[in-house]
Design a protein around this ligand. Structure first.
Ligand code: NDP
Length: 446
């Protein structure tokens, strides 16, 4: 941070939000990247664009009371952060996880604003969720929680106002329960959530979109920046949730090899290559721990409480959660010969890890660009809902591929414009920021 405007804004945000580490981390990354655009556009400072961008339009915080299987009333905390709607209605996922706090949702909502801008679709940024953990809960408990959550949230959202989707702990099952409750309360069938079931307004390809999109992006970077391909590459993927599973599926389709995957209990290594059908059965159908993999695959090993980054690879795709890859992990990956890191999760690499990659010449792709495929297909789901028409998988997937290629091209173009070479991190931040900033100037002070 070299300019006084950026320094002043960051100091002010840090003083106002002293306990929000994740949010400050995300703000700092963006502010340090966009200084060249501020120099080119002095009107941004005059219009207090940065001061307005770092403050959400509104934050809703509410109580969720629900009854568990024992008949006991439980209380959780719910949030919706409506961050910025300069280029479209608020759009972003809902996360159900015990670690959810205002800081985490603010960082996610802030990032989402720039990510959504990069997709080229008309979507603003938002995020929400609860400290409710779906692990160990019965079907009935998950349904009653989702219904209670939507009983408050419904009054703040709408198909032209704010359209939530899934995230950690919120998949098709939870979206279905929440959609049912919204429909019951509002007596209307509208595209107010994305990630819905195919029978009631969902889009083919949405389930796969973040993971597939990550690989379309990675493939494009390999081709255009590194003059290479995925063929034969050893790819390490963390997590075994929605993003990880479909990232692994597309990696295999494109000729890469996957030997490790993880969950919050540790990781498995399969010397013969991951059996993805087995992972899907364990994590999606049976909802068990990943260690169960070794019950069937006898040559595979499970390492409890260890991280996947200790295994050498050509390409690393962190797809689990924020700050899961720190400086020590980055150094291990670099020593193991990693050439490219593309984030499937949101902010999975710490600033020190990013610095280590960049100083060692490892190509680094930030999540707000490389994982934008999920929200892109959510945007396409909104389009289909508005038309009351469903596209084929092939049509949606072709659009997703086009969007991911365009994100790479726009990031490289922005980076080149400011003489930064092939800097995917700076390029993504610059391209997303400039678009939202101009829209805010054009729409007057709000
Ligand atoms: P899921 O809930 O489907 O999967 C999350 C995975 O990460 C699980 O394997 C989980 O393990 C693991 N995990 C969660 N918390 C931790 C932790 N603290 N330490 C280690 N592992 C952990 O979530 P998604 O796949 O949907 O989301 C993953 C990431 O991708 C998140 O950062 C999310 O914000 C981001 N993202 C998701 C999009 C989507 O479309 N779903 C779109 C864009 C970004 P366990 O099973 O043990 O809980």
């Amino acid at each position: 941070m070299t300019t006084s405007y950026v320094q002043r804004v960051y100091q002010d945000v840090a003083a106002r939000n002293p306990d929000e580490g994740e949010f400050l981390q995300a703000v700092k990354e963006v502010l340090t990247s966009i200084e060249p655009a501020l120099e080119d556009n002095p009107q941004f400072e005059r219009h207090a664009i940065l001061e307005r961008m770092v403050e959400p339009d509104r934050m809703i915080k509410f109580r969720i009371a629900w009854v568990d299987d024992q008949g006991t009333t439980q209380v959780n905390r719910g949030y919706r952060v409506e961050f910025n709607n300069a280029i479209g209605p608020y759009k972003g996922g809902l996360r159900f996880h015990s670690s959810v706090t205002a800081s985490i949702l603010k960082f996610l909502g802030f990032e989402q604003t720039f990510k959504n801008a990069l997709t080229g679709l008309w979507m603003g940024g938002g995020k929400g969720g609860s400290d409710f953990d779906t692990h160990g809960k019965s079907e009935g408990e998950v349904m009653r929680f989702c219904q209670a959550f939507m009983t408050e949230l419904y009054r703040h959202i709408g198909p032209n106002t704010d359209i939530p989707a899934g995230d950690i702990g919120v998949g098709g099952r939870e979206v279905g329960y929440m959609y049912g409750q919204y429909k019951r309360i509002m007596n209307e069938f509208t595209g107010v959530l994305t990630g819905k079931g195919l029978a009631f307004g969902g889009s083919l390809g949405r389930t796969e979109a973040t993971g597939y999109g990550l690989l379309y992006y990675t493939d494009e970077v390999l081709k255009t920046v590194m003059n290479d391909s995925l063929e034969g590459k050893k790819v390490t993927i963390s997590g075994s949730g929605n993003v990880s599973i479909y990232a692994a599926e597309k990696t295999l389709e494109l000729g890469g090899r996957v030997h490790v995957m993880s969950d919050s209990s540790g990781y498995i290594y399969d010397p013969e290559g991951i059996d993805l059908d087995l992972i899907k059965e364990i994590k999606l159908a049976r909802r068990e721990r990943i260690s169960a993999y070794t019950d069937t695959r006898k040559k595979a090993e499970f390492s409890a409480n260890k991280k996947v980054w200790e295994r050498p690879c050509d390409i690393a795709l962190p797809c689990a959660t924020q700050n899961e890859l720190d400086e020590a992990d980055a150094k291990q990956l670099i020593a193991g010969g990693v050439k490219l890191v593309a984030e499937g999760a949101n902010m999975p690499s710490t600033p020190q890890a990013i610095e280590a990659f960049r100083t060692q010449g490892v190509i680094f792709a930030p999540g707000k660009a490389s994982n934008a495929g999920g929200v892109a297909v959510s945007g396409l789901e909104m389009t289909q809902d508005s038309m009351r028409l469903a596209w084929t998988f092939e049509e949606t997937d072709a659009r997703l591929q086009g969007i991911m290629k365009q994100i790479v091209a726009d990031s490289l173009a922005a980076s080149n414009t400011y003489g930064l070479g092939h800097d995917l991190l700076m390029g993504a931040n610059l391209a997303g920021f400039v678009k939202v900033a101009h829209a805010m100037v054009d729409q007057g002070v709000f």
